[in-house]
Design a binder for this molecule. Structure first.
Ligand code: CIR
Length: 263
């Protein structure tokens, strides 16, 4: 079995000028467009460097958050699921991925009802963990479990601490047995059976890192997280992400990744 973080392909969306108006929970100023563009380009280059073939979609100016393609869909080698994120301004984004998904995947399934956001879905070796949040309702999570079963995956619902935007804002899969998690999320017991590396206090903003093939992409500004990843023996690639972080985003949300064939 290939580890769930072995990927050959990814879909990304190039940011348009409207990206600086992306949603943010805590307010704060808009990031500078050139900084978002540079961080996005650096991220795309890092994925290509990790061996992935990229499909780069055109900007969607009417949807400032559309570069976060992970939120309106889920992809697996067996098929894709078009989701319905709970943020009203993002609900329709999946429709703009449908043609691409239909061209690239053997089947495309629609979330039958409710709201579910890919940022709340942590794909682990034995399950897809679905966090309940302001973006993912219980109805949507239960519907997603049905959709996942059609593709041969098991979904499991988890509570997320109230201050967290998404399940994956607070946690990331590092390897087959290990997750990186904030203390608050780990305390819920959701990662029972896994080794948990806790995010050092004060660096909660860096909990979203991306394991892709032999490396982990992580933010430059979280030195103690970088030390912990290093100490765990991981090959860490650091990337600047403060402009993206200003609109509440990290590393997993800017791509949809999957493994094609035996790659
Ligand atoms: C939003 O609030 O929807 C975007 N500004 C950021 C989404 C980031 N997505 C993610 O962490 N999965």
């Amino acid at each position: 079995m290939n580890p769930v973080y072995h990927f050959t392909h990814a879909i990304l969306r190039r940011p348009g000028a409207s990206v600086v108006k992306g949603l943010r929970a805590g307010g704060g100023p808009d990031p500078r467009l050139e900084d978002v563009l540079a961080e996005h380009a650096g991220y795309a280059a890092a994925l290509a460097d990790a061996g992935l073939t990229l499909t780069m979609l055109d900007p969607l100016e009417d949807y400032p958050d559309a570069i976060f393609v992970e939120d309106p869909a889920l992809v697996f080698p067996e098929g894709a699921i078009v989701l319905r994120p709970g943020a009203p301004s993002r609900e329709a984004e999946g429709e703009f991925l449908r043609d691409t998904l239909t061209a690239l995947f053997p089947q495309v399934i629609d979330l039958p009802r409710g709201h579910a956001d890919g940022g709340d879905v942590l794909v682990m070796p034995d399950k897809a963990l679905i966090g309940l949040s302001a973006r993912t309702t219980r109805e949507g999570a239960e519907a997603l479990i049905e959709a996942l079963a059609r593709l041969g995956y098991r979904g499991e619902i988890a509570a997320t601490p109230p201050e967290v935007l998404h399940l994956k804002t607070a946690s990331s899969l590092l390897d087959e047995e290990t997750v990186l998690s904030t203390r608050a999320l780990a305390a819920t017991g959701v990662f029972a059976g896994y080794r948990v590396i806790e995010v050092p206090e004060g660096e909660e903003g860096g909990a979203n890192v991306l394991r892709v093939n032999d490396r982990v992409l992580a933010g430059t500004h979280y030195p103690r997280i970088l030390d912990a990843l290093d100490a765990h023996g991981l090959n860490v690639v650091t990337l600047p992400n403060s402009a993206i972080a200003a609109i509440d985003a990290g590393f997993t949300c800017m791509s949809l990744r999957w493994r094609n064939g035996r790659g």
